[in-house]
Design a protein around this ligand. Structure first.
Ligand SMILES: [Zn+2]
Length: 387
């Protein structure tokens, strides 16, 4: 037990996880287990183009269930897309969901699922623990290794009116079943592998130092970091390295257990703001600021920074003044190696920093950040470094 750590804590996991090559063959059995007669299959164009959607639909057909397709998933899904998909799901009287894809598809399906059994609009459920009624069965089939949405109790959405990316966090959102077939990540392009993998590393690091962390989340976050850090460069270098692909998927699940319970922090607060205002992909938005946010946070949790550095194979020197930055330095090196773009390379303008920093301060994940009392100037300083 860490000094000063609360002795009582909560750790929630509820998903049935089926992991391994060919595990998609389990899908018909899962649909039958839940007794689903009509399903909505949710995916995006990329999943369709990769030929994965057809494989899933074939399995749904094999279950004997009727189905309706929603293929209008967009990156950073909006309230409008949620409402559109929910209207279709209600019209068709679906009894459950199969969500195939990255975080956007799975987050969208979770949000639609909320509206199947809860009244009102999806934005009514923003924040933590606002969902009143249990949801319909949701089977998640991830095709990226990054968001851990297949494991978490989070749905991240864009409110286009308020221009904000917000989160619905509730244990009721957790998928009932997860099918993790590493084969589905084989076709992920290099840049997506890098960005989504860095998102996963951000989850491991942020949840490890979160002020909600407890021994069970810390165990998962640290183990996840170790696996992800070792395997991401391999998966980026050679997308056909199926051992690395499999390990990335495994790392995401383990990390998901950690951050679904410990939450995230300042890094995701900045990333959400960048996505909401300038449409940056979630993984890229996280990756480009990660080394600087960790350097900023180091003074609030130097021991944990050293523990994470040791986990990824960097031995401390014994000089805490320097050692607390070993992790942020390693992360900077990693982002450079993986060609993560700077803010200027992503067309973010310096004149928007003041507005962005103001928006970051309103973000929900900030409350879980280990370094509290973050100011506008602090955020601008981080954005300057990431420019
Ligand atoms: Zn993330």
């Amino acid at each position: 037990m860490r000094k000063g750590q609360n002795m009582s804590y909560n750790f929630f996991i509820s998903s049935n996880i089926i992991f391994g090559k060919g595990s998609v063959a389990e899908l018909p059995g899962l649909i039958q287990k839940h007794g689903l007669k009509k399903i909505m299959v949710v995916y995006d164009g990329g999943v369709k183009a990769a030929g994965i959607a057809d494989q899933i639909v074939d399995q749904v057909k094999a279950s004997g269930a009727d189905y309706v397709i929603f293929d209008g998933v967009i990156p950073n899904p909006t309230n409008q897309v949620v409402e559109q998909a929910a209207a279709l799901a209600k019209d068709e009287e679906v009894q459950g969901f199969v969500a195939v894809g990255g975080g956007s598809s799975i987050d969208l399906a979770k949000a639609v699922n909320v509206l199947m059994t809860n009244p009102g609009k999806i934005e009514d459920y923003g924040g933590v623990g606002q969902v009143k009624h249990d949801l319909l069965p949701l089977i998640a089939v991830p095709t990226t290794a990054g968001t851990s949405s297949e494991i978490t109790n989070v749905s991240a959405l864009i409110d286009t009116e308020k221009v904000v990316k917000y989160v619905v966090i509730d244990n009721r959102l957790v998928a009932s079943d997860v099918i993790c077939d590493p084969e589905f990540t084989r076709t992920m392009p290099v840049s997506v592998t890098a960005a989504t993998g860095m998102d996963a590393i951000t989850h491991a690091v942020e949840s490890y130092i979160s002020n909600m962390a407890n021994p069970l989340t810390e165990y998962n976050s640290l183990q996840g970091l170790s696996i992800l850090y070792r395997n991401l460069p391999k998966a980026v270098e050679n997308g056909e390295d199926m051992e690395a692909r499999e390990q990335m998927m495994l790392g995401c699940i383990i990390t998901g257990f950690g951050f679904s319970n410990a939450n995230l922090g300042l890094n995701h607060a900045i990333a959400h703001t960048l996505s909401a205002h300038f449409g940056l992909a979630h993984g890229m938005a996280n990756a480009c600021v990660l080394p600087y946010v960790m350097a900023f946070n180091a003074e609030a949790c130097p021991e944990k920074m050293v523990e994470m550095a040791s986990t990824i194979g960097i031995a401390p020197t014994g000089d805490m003044e320097k050692d607390q930055y070993l992790l942020s330095e390693a992360l900077l090196e990693m982002t450079r190696k993986l060609h993560i773009r700077t803010l200027s390379e992503q067309n973010i303008k310096r004149e928007d920093f003041d507005m962005l920093a103001g928006e970051v301060l309103k973000e929900v994940p900030l409350q879980f950040n280990p370094r509290q009392g973050v100011t506008k100037e602090d955020v601008i300083g981080i954005l300057e470094k990431a420019y």
